[in-house]
Write a protein that binds this ligand. Structure first.
Ligand SMILES: [Cu+2]
Length: 552
């Protein structure tokens, strides 16, 4: 192949990743066959009911080259639940029906039925897949994706995905019931994370649980080679946690945020919110016998935990280290770096500069949203975006209705915004009243992040207007603002939601319908979409489905 790589001489600087004509034509399809089942596993020693693909947790890796097609046949082996799988960060240009969101792009896959997703790796780097029906993903229905492509920095050894998450010892349906009726002052408290996992592993103090528990369940290990540069692909697949990642005594070089290579910068602490990924390069500057801790913490208070186990470590052993002995390093990060609300944000926008420069243009339209939370008329805690609490209808996907020209007649709680033929939209979010940070995730796009901060936007300040940060998930700070912009060049219906599992379940989502005439006239919806809805309709005709949340 040209220059030994499927992407030939394309680099992070010289090729527009959003120009589909420039995507490498590899002619390859990477195929996977998955079955989703309920099972009992004990990632941290505590046995809990989980949802997994092919019996694995974390779920299987999808690996492809930039420009490949990916084909995944998902069989729903659950007995009492539908499911669907979302491919986080993938643009789905021309394939909006492959996005895997129940009630938006498809009906849930009914128990016993299969659905084959087929989509292209238009972007490259690190991402993840996860169940998008309700909060299924927080009980194990998640896994890594690596799309090989050029990098903004050289490295010697790719250590692969590093899966990071909070962990709860309760099935998601029970957690959601708790979330709805919780108050910070009780009597029902919000769910508190009980552990943190690295590569799906951690230990737990069994005296803290009444569930079947095996102590010292074990932790992940990594290998460093002296003098080499190691690539680690950090992925936060939490329900809620804002994760602080560090390696004792080391600086790391950030080379990508989400699917966006950035100009490399050095830091001692990486902040990753739910849904976000950060690729780092770490140079093994120690002795060949060294052992050092990698550590993640969520705390104590940017996200909720029970205070018992909010930091987890994994050993990094150099090639001649004694792996029978745990590292004895201590954290080089002062606890003052984790404070609420000051530190509950992503790294400052001025340090995260995309390698491929794209200036901000004047948007063709602007939407402003006030994000608030509180009890609704039936006493459930919900979120509003401009007074709308989103709720999906799993039997009636918005994309399929939009294709039929019915967008305008959908109920208001579907939160569908038809932007017609506008070429771009600026979204101005202001979060008031309830001091939580929200990792806002856009489907079908990377967004330019123009500004973020505490309070309200001044209406004009744009950070790095010549080339602002781009990514698919960005934190809005507690009682803060976030200004993002996307080009409306991807006909379809694209959710824009908080990736905290509780918050999207409580309705923090809007759906952007872009290029409606093109969708209605030119995008062909494959037959499998209608078949999946018929299968789901048939199943729900004979089984009671309880949609306890927004559906997402
Ligand atoms: Cu949120």
């Amino acid at each position: 192949m040209p220059l030994g790589k499927p992407w030939a001489d394309r680099t992070v600087n010289n090729t527009n990743p959003y120009d589909t004509g420039a995507t490498p034509m590899t002619g390859m399809t990477r195929s996977y066959s998955w079955t989703v089942t309920n099972t009992t596993l004990a990632p941290d020693g505590v046995e809990i009911p989980m949802l997994v693909v092919n019996g694995q947790f974390p779920g299987p890796l999808i690996e492809a080259n930039w420009g490949d097609w990916i084909e995944v046949t998902v069989t729903n082996g659950l007995e009492t639940e539908g499911t669907s799988i979302h491919w986080h960060g993938f643009l789905q240009t021309g394939t909006p029906y492959e996005d895997g969101v129940p009630g938006i792009s498809q009906c849930p896959i009914a128990p016993g039925k299969s659905f084959t997703y087929r989509f292209r790796a238009e972007l490259y780097g690190t991402s993840w897949w996860h169940g998008h029906l309700s909060a299924q993903y927080i009980n194990g229905l998640a896994g890594p994706i690596v799309v090989h492509g050029p990098k903004s920095n050289d490295y010697d050894i790719d250590l692969g995905p590093v899966m990071l998450s909070d962990w709860f010892h309760t099935y998601y349906t029970n957690l959601l019931e708790q979330v709805y009726y919780a108050s910070p002052t009780g009597p029902i408290l919000p769910p508190m994370a009980e552990n943190m996992l690295i590569q799906g592993k951690a230990s737990y103090n069994c005296s803290n649980t009444k569930l079947p528990c095996t102590p010292n369940a074990g932790s992940a290990q990594f290998k460093f080679t002296k003098g080499k540069k190691h690539l680690l692909r950090l992925i936060n697949h939490s329900a809620e946690a804002l994760i602080f990642f560090s390696i004792d005594g080391y600086n790391v070089t950030v080379i990508a945020n989400d699917f966006v290579p950035v100009e490399p910068y050095s830091t001692d602490l990486v902040t990753i919110a739910v849904g976000q990924r950060t690729d780092i390069v770490v140079e093994a500057t120690g002795k060949s016998t060294d052992a050092v801790w990698m550590r993640i913490t969520e705390g104590p208070c940017c996200s909720l935990n029970d205070g018992l186990s909010f930091t987890t470590t994994a050993a990094i052993y150099y090639e001649d280290a004694n792996t029978a002995v745990a590292p004895n390093t201590t954290s080089s990060i002062n606890d003052s770096r984790y404070l609420f609300p000051l530190n509950c944000n992503n790294q400052p926008l001025d340090v995260t500069v995309p390698a491929y420069a794209m200036p901000v243009k004047e948007p063709s339209t602007t939407l402003s949203f006030l994000m608030t939370g509180g009890d609704n008329s039936t006493g459930q805690f919900v979120w509003w975006m401009n007074n709308i609490t989103f709720r999906a209808d799993w039997n009636d996907p918005e994309l399929l209705e939009a294709k039929l020209g019915n967008a305008a007649s959908l109920p208001i709680e579907r939160a569908l915004y038809d932007l017609g033929t506008n070429s771009s939209v600026r979204l101005i979010l202001t979060s008031v009243g309830f001091p939580a940070s929200h990792p806002m995730h856009i489907h079908g796009h990377n967004m330019q992040v123009l500004a973020e901060g505490v309070g309200s936007w001044d209406g004009s300040t744009i950070v790095n207007a010549a080339n602002p940060q781009r990514r698919d998930t960005q934190l809005i700070q507690p009682n803060g603002y976030l200004v993002v912009q996307i080009d409306l060049n991807n006909p379809g219906v694209w959710p824009f939601h908080c990736h905290v599992a509780w918050h999207v379940s409580e309705g923090m989502n809007i759906n952007i319908f872009e290029q409606s005439p093109t969708l209605e006239k030119e995008v062909q919806i494959p037959y499998k979409m209608a078949q999946t809805c018929r299968d789901w309709s048939a199943w729900t005709g004979t089984h009671v489905v309880s949609q306890i949340d927004s559906g997402l």
